[in-house]
Design a protein around this ligand. Sequence first.
Ligand code: ADP
Ligand code: ZN
Ligand code: ZN
Length: 744
Amino acid sequence: MALYANVVIDISIQKLDRTFQYRVPKEMMQSIAPGMCVQVPFGKGDILKKAYVLELTNEATYDESKLKCISAILTDEVAIENHLISLAAWMRKYYGGTMNQALKTVLPIKSKVKENQQKTIHLKMRQDEALHFLKEFKRKHQNAKARLLEALIENPTLPQEFLTQKLNISGQTIRSFETKNYIEIETSRVYRDPIQAFGDLPMAKPFVLNEQQQKIVDEFVADYKRQEFKTYLIHGVTGSGKTEVYMGMIDEVLANGRQVIVLIPEIALTYQTVMRFYRRYGKKVSILNSKMSAGERYDQYERAKAGEVSLIIGPRSALFIPFQNLGLIVIDEEHESSYKSETVPRYHARETAIARAKMVGGSVVLGSATPSVESYYLAKTGQYKLFELTMRAKNQPLPQTRIVDLREELKKGNKHIFSDDLQQAIAQRLKRHEQTILFLNRRGMVGFVSCRSCGEIIKCPHCDVSLSQHNNGKLICHYCGYTIPMVKKCPVCSSPYIGGFKAGTQKIEEEIKRLYPQARVLRMDADTTRKKHDYEKILSAFSNEEADILIGTQMIVKGHDFPKVTLVGVIAADLSLGVSDYRAGERTFQLLVQAVGRAGRGEAPGEAIIQTYQPEHYSILAAAQQDYTAYYEKEIGYRILMDYPPASNLLFVLVTSKNEALAQAEITRMYRAVINSKIEGLGVIGPAEPSVAKINDVYRKVLYLKHEDLDFLVKIKDALEKLTKQDVQYKNIMIQYDFNPMNF
Ligand code: ADP
Ligand code: ZN
Ligand code: ZN
């Protein structure tokens, strides 16, 4: 019977985003399989192109006589696992982009990397023969040969590396033994192991779980045994022992012979975290991160496929590890924005993990001290199962938190970055030899304008996000394009103290050194962490109490455990509150809770001081009280009122072009098309310029669409894709879609 392959051509032209059919020649019928990389003649000149086989079929969908043949199977390329092809198709549908881009995403390692091999030497003679030869070598002063034979008499099987490196025996000597048939050399593959370097650490026994922890594990295990695979959300306060709970769940899954993926934000993938898993699961564990070489990463994929490891820890992209029998995906710190991809397809690891787990019959566990509003909403409405950990594992109290009103400081005449309260608290810590963290929750561009007398942030009246100051001095809304001239006086209190917000980690460091010349200070930000190990170095120096004060941006608050820290100072909570994004309040709450949670994890109780111009803002109040529920109730009210996710869904359309007029024309065309279709319940915002209106001379235009129903927005995206493909200028513009974007 004839066999045909439907393939996707490896080409980045949006217009060719469809499958093409080829005939499978007889000699390939046995070896070809879906997911394989092949070579096919393509286009007018039958140029050979790479392609991925999506499916094999006995039915020709095109005129059979015109079908061309596959030229070759490319065995040097990595094949895609079957269910990952379905996952790619799902991603293409829900996040836009081409099938080729989706396939590339589920296949982070494209080409095979040369294997590392190990040679083992086996002695092939009897003991008495060997002793005889040894005597001969010694008599003739053939020292290298004698050394080699002596070693093999003691241990008849040895790695070649040991002989060449430890005993200093040349390859030539070894080969001469082989030609004489004294020995046999066996070649075998060894995988590069990124955590081998940690050596043989003692295994750690699991903790006896506390009552809350145990209950969660028990419920999970009961569901799992009944093969009820669900998505769970663990909301646990900082230090409540979530990791220990994950491990309890992982135990059950591994005991069933299934595999586990643990996703954590790259920045939290430190030695400390990996060690915890390694000491519990030993050699079954491996990791992935962006600093590993291509060879190391390729080998982890191979080890996962071969069943050599059954637990992989890594950032977002580790989601696509080709486990054969995946049973659980854990996503720690699930609220982190790094789980959303910034390149096409702009997938969210949470949603994609759930899609993959559904395909293979597995569970997903999300965990956070500050769950994303989306996840908590889905848990509250019954789509996820909600678990709560309300106490710290070792029963330490949560830190005492105070809010300091910076407007009052200004009235008192203190124009410093530090309030009197914070200054005193730092001095006290220095005296007591306890550590302090000073946190600057700056994030991305700080373009907003606020009043230092009353705290007012200048916002768009239509979108309720802050306006950004442009180079031309104007204030602009990046959602809808609303523009006003720069304000000279505060519209609320008429104070002239209005302007952009300026304070950097460097400035804070200078101030600290001026105020406390004796203090030992470390600073962690983008500038001080350029090199490979800078980040770990600063963390371990602080951990070893080589410094009294650590100053830093959000990098310093991600899950680290510094038992000697008893004070956390937030310099200006407003910094993340002013970002022009409907998630500004959520991000602020999350950052503050995480920051405050760094204090008092050891024996001495902790204290936190939050400085702000808006002490009455619900994100700040709730963070100070570590009260997630209070925060969530306020936030969901705002989302419902403004029709923002999760109350609604957002589709963000980005058009880019070197030619500004073309980009403008295309976005206008799309805008008109949606307006003219008069769809009920569809919100259309824009077109406008995004916060970065031009990158490398490429102009950017955006349009936002809002609708309650996500699948409906997906259909609109499909229709817009169709519409834009008919444009003759299509080649000179790029169109990207992003559902419920995280950073913009
Ligand atoms: P989270 O991830 O929720 O912030 P961790 O999992 O890091 O919390 O746990 C916080 C600390 O409590 C860790 O040092 C951990 O080893 C310890 N811990 C967790 N569970 C227990 C337990 N049942 N008994 C004793 N210590 C525990
Ligand atoms: Zn004011
Ligand atoms: Zn607006």
